[in-house]
Design a protein around this ligand. Structure first.
Ligand code: 3PG
Length: 400
């Protein structure tokens, strides 16, 4: 982007592909981290006199307009953060978008509606995606990729559009890639990775890679129960991905052979049912050993012995990557495991990276100071796929 700024952008229409995919409760944004993350790029362009067209997806609408997924709240928040009026187009490439962009004065910013309201954005068909990218290209003179959270998606605005315009990386993407490179190229050891979240299937490929790179892998969250099942333990009614059990068993064996410590919970909090997330009524969970879970109970957080064990494994880390909460942290009775891991990252002397929408939102909503971490990534799937060593379409499109 510095190259673009030095060329001069006054009066030029610059398309900024951001990731404004923020969690919403109705129309209330519950965590605005991703919007704040793109402000430096948008501000720099606006201050240099560009006519800035910001675009993003939000949620997973089905290729047609759906008010529940409107970007209007995100546009309003961006305006507040910039301290400026931000225009909003109620479509992506239609009359509203054209008129809104045509109406921009130098230094003004517009947000166009959710890109996924057009089926061309996510289409697997190159021609359909290309046709949508052509229409987006007509709105701009230059492209800045800054939606790090979406760079793993081969979507029209991420992959096809940059090929149609002079293209540049924004500040956020440059920062994110700079940080993740530290984890792949010259990692300081011990390299400790904490993985949580609901689904093992989302994390299998990264675990596969890490079994050759990390020194310790700490498993928590809903996916921990698939590991406990693979070890032959009773897991009651806990979340499990039965079809992943053989792969997990193989990983547990391979970790031993590779000298990687792959740790699973030694105790867990259990209850008869999933907590009421609306009332947040006390759930009164019991703590049980992970190899003695009662039938008919579900595990909802790592237990205190596991929290202490994981904290000890993080205490001397040279580098930490953490993705995925350790339990149902949104309920106060099941937040302790996630809090303990967050605190252990803060106390760790090493370079700490929090990756992923959920874990980033967790550290903020649980009241931790963002500055206490080395880096909080805006990318969930994107940061995992980067660590898997995959080519990310949105980065490849900017690199040529
Ligand atoms: C994310 O939340 O990880 C990104 O915004 C990408 O969203 P997606 O998984 O719906 O493509």
């Amino acid at each position: 982007i510095d190259e673009l700024l030095s060329e001069g952008v006054a009066g030029r229409r610059v398309f900024v592909r951001a990731d404004l995919n923020v969690p919403l409760d109705g129309t209330t944004i519950t965590d605005d981290g991703r919007i704040r993350a793109v402000v430096p790029t948008v501000r720099a362009l606006a201050e240099a006199g560009a006519r800035v067209v910001v675009a993003s997806h939000l949620g997973r609408p089905k290729g047609t307009p759906d008010p529940a997924f409107s970007l209007a709240p995100a546009a309003a928040r961006l305006g507040e953060l910039l301290g400026a009026d931000v225009a909003f187009a109620t479509d992506t490439v239609g009359e509203s978008a054209t008129a809104t962009v045509d109406g921009l004065a130098d230094g003004q910013v517009a947000v166009i509606e959710n890109l996924r309201f057009n089926a061309g954005e996510t289409s697997k068909d190159d021609a359909e995606r290309g046709a949508f990218a052509d229409r987006l290209a007509a709105l701009a003179d230059a492209y800045v990729g800054d939606g790090f959270g979406a760079v793993h998606r081969k979507h029209a605005s991420v992959f096809d559009l940059p090929a149609r315009l002079p293209h540049y990386a924004g500040y956020l993407i440059a920062t994110e890639v700079g940080v993740l490179r530290k984890l792949t190229d010259d990692v300081k050891r011990p390299y400790v990775v904490a993985l949580g979240g609901a689904k093992v299937s989302d994390k299998l490929a990264v675990i596969d890679q890490l079994l050759g790179k990390a020194d310790r892998i700490l498993i928590g969250g809903g996916m921990a129960y698939t590991f406990l099942k693979a070890q032959g333990h009773e897991i009651g009614t806990s979340l499990v991905q039965e079809d992943q059990v053989p792969a997990v068993r193989e990983y547990l064996e391979r970790a031993g052979k590779n000298g990687v410590e792959l740790l699973v919970p030694v105790d867990t909090l259990v209850a008869a049912e999933f907590p009421d997330m609306k009332s947040k009524a006390p759930a009164d969970p019991a703590t049980v050993a992970a190899d003695a879970m009662p039938a008919g109970r579900m595990g909802l957080d790592i237990g205190p012995a596991t929290s202490a064990l994981y904290a000890s494994k993080l205490a001397d880390a040279g580098t930490v990557f953490w993705n995925g909460p350790m339990g149902v942290f949104e309920h106060p009775d099941y937040a302790e495991g996630t809090k303990a891991v967050a605190q252990a990252l803060i106390d760790s002397p090493g370079f700490t990276v929090v990756g992923g929408g959920d874990s980033a939102a967790a550290v903020r909503t649980l009241g931790f100071d963002e500055q206490a971490f080395g880096h909080i990534s805006t990318g969930g799937g994107a940061s995992l796929e980067y660590l898997e060593g995959k080519t990310l379409p949105g980065l490849a499109a900017l690199e040529d």
